[in-house]
Design a protein around this ligand. Structure first.
Ligand code: GUN
Length: 326
C-alpha cells in the first residue's frame, strides 16, 4: 500500500532518520550516548569469535614450530544423542579450520563406566593429547561426576572438572568454563565496563550460572544469582545494570523485565521459538530502543563457547609444553 504523507509527517520521518544516523555517528565516535530511544548496541558474538579464532592461528603455528605438531583436542562422546554428535562434529570442524588437531572418540551406548574411565585415564597419560572434553549429557547409566573426577585438570578443556573448578573458584584458574568465559570476552571486546555494576545472573548451573557469577564478581560487579526458586525474579532483573540469562526457558524475559539502559546477555539456545525459529531465553525483538546492549540468538554467546574451547586447548597445550602463552 502506498502511503500519502503530509508535510508534518515527512518532517517527523526525517527527524526520526536523522536521530538514528546521529545516534550511529555518536556511537561510532564513542563520545557518549543519546538516551531517549537510543539505538541498542547489538553484541555480535560471531564477529568477536572470528577475531579471537584469527588471533589463535599464530599461536598454533608457534606451537607447531616448537613441538612439531599442532595442539590436540580429544572429544569423547557416548551414545547416539543426535544433538551431541552435531556439537562434537562442530568442535572438530572448528579445530581443523584454525589448524588444530582433534580426535573424536565415539563410544557405544552400551559402554560401561569402567570403560569410560579407562579411556579417560589413557588420554590423561597420552603425551600427544593436550586437552580432553567429554560431551554432556551422558547416557543415564553413566555418572558425569566420575568423569569430572577423572579428567586431569591439566587437560580439562572445559574447565569443569572438580579440580579445575577448585582452582577457578580460588581465583587461580587453569582455564575457565567456556560459556561464561566467552561472555566475558564479548563484554571486554565491546569495552563494556563491569566494575561497580549491579549484575544479575539467572540460572545456577555448574556449566554456566555459577561460574558466570564468579567471573563477574572477579570483575568487581555486585552479583545476584537467581534461579527457579527465586521470588519476584522480574523485580530483581529490573534493578540490574547487567543481566546474564541462562535459565533454559525459551523467551522467558522481555523488555519489561529489564531496566532502561541495561546490558542483556542471552545464553539460551532453543529450536522452539515463535514459528519454530531459533531463539534464546530473552525476547530480543523487544529490546531495541530500551537496552543499552544485547546479544542476539543466534550469533551472540553461542559462537563464543566453541571459540573459548579452542582458546583453552591452545592454553593447555602451551602450558604443558612449557611455552609462554602469548
Ligand atoms: N553440553 C552442553 N554444554 C556443554 C559444555 O559446555 N561442555 C560439555 N562437555 N558438554 C556440554
Amino acid at each position: 500500500m502506498k502511503q500519502v504523507q503530509n508535510d508534518s509527517q515527512s518532517i517527523c520521518l526525517i527527524e526520526v532518520k536523522c536521530t538514528k544516523y546521529l545516534n550511529f555517528f555518536v556511537k561510532s565516535l564513542g563520545i557518549g550516548a543519546l538516551t531517549e530511544g537510543e539505538l541498542m548496541l547489538v553484541l555480535d558474538g560471531k564477529a568477536v569469535s572470528d577475531s579471537v579464532r584469527e588471533s589463535l592461528i599464530p599461536r598454533i603455528q608457534g606451537f607447531f614450530t616448537n613441538r612439531g605438531r599442532a595442539p590436540h583436542l580429544t572429544v569423547v562422546v557416548v551414545g547416539d544423542d543426535k544433538a551431541s554428535h552435531v556439537y562434537v562434529r562442530n568442535k572438530k570442524i572448528a579445530c581443523e579450520k584454525i589448524g588444530m588437531e582433534s580426535t573424536i572418540h565415539a563410544l557405544p551406548l552400551t559402554s560401561t563406566q569402567k570403560q569410560l574411565t579407562q579411556l579417560l585415564e589413557k588420554l590423561n597419560a597420552d603425551d600427544s593429547v593436550d586437552a580432553i572434553l567429554v560431551q554432556f549429557p551422558l547416557p543415564a547409566h553413566l555418572s558425569s561426576d566420575e568423569v569430572l573426577k577423572t579428567v586431569s585438570p591439566e587437560k580439562d578443556a572445559d574447565g569443569l572438572t572438580f579440580s579445575s573448578l577448585g582452582y577457578f573458584y580460588a581465583g587461580k584458574p587453569i582455564v575457565s568454563p567456556c560459556t561464561p568465559a566467552g561472555v566475558m570476552t564479548i563484554l571486554k571486546h565491546y569495552d563494556l565496563a563491569i566494575a561497580g555494576l549491579n549484575a544479575v545472573v539467572v540460572g545456577r548451573s555448574n556449566i554456566v550460572g555459577k561460574p558466570m557469577a564468579n567471573l563477574l564478581t572477579d570483575a568487581n560487579a555486585t552479583v545476584t544469582l537467581c534461579h527457579s526458586r527465586t521470588k519476584n525474579l522480574s523485580d530483581i532483573t529490573r534493578a540490574a545494570d547487567l543481566v546474564v540469562v541462562a535459565a533454559g526457558k525459551p523467551l522467558l524475559l522481555g523488555r519489561e523485565d529489564f531496566k532502561q539502559g541495561a546490558i542483556v546477555i542471552d545464553v539460551g539456545m532453543h529450536g522452539s521459538g515463535l514459528g519454530g525459529k531459533l531463539c534464546g531465553d530473552v525476547r530480543f525483538d523487544e529490546l531495541e530502543g530500551w537496552a543499552k546492549a544485547a546479544t542476539p540468538v543466534p550469533g551472540g554467546v553461542g559462537p563464543m563457547t566453541i571459540t573459548t574451547l579452542l582458546q583453552n586447548t591452545c592454553l593447555l597445550a602451551e602450558k604443558r609444553a612449557g611455552l609462554q602463552p602469548s
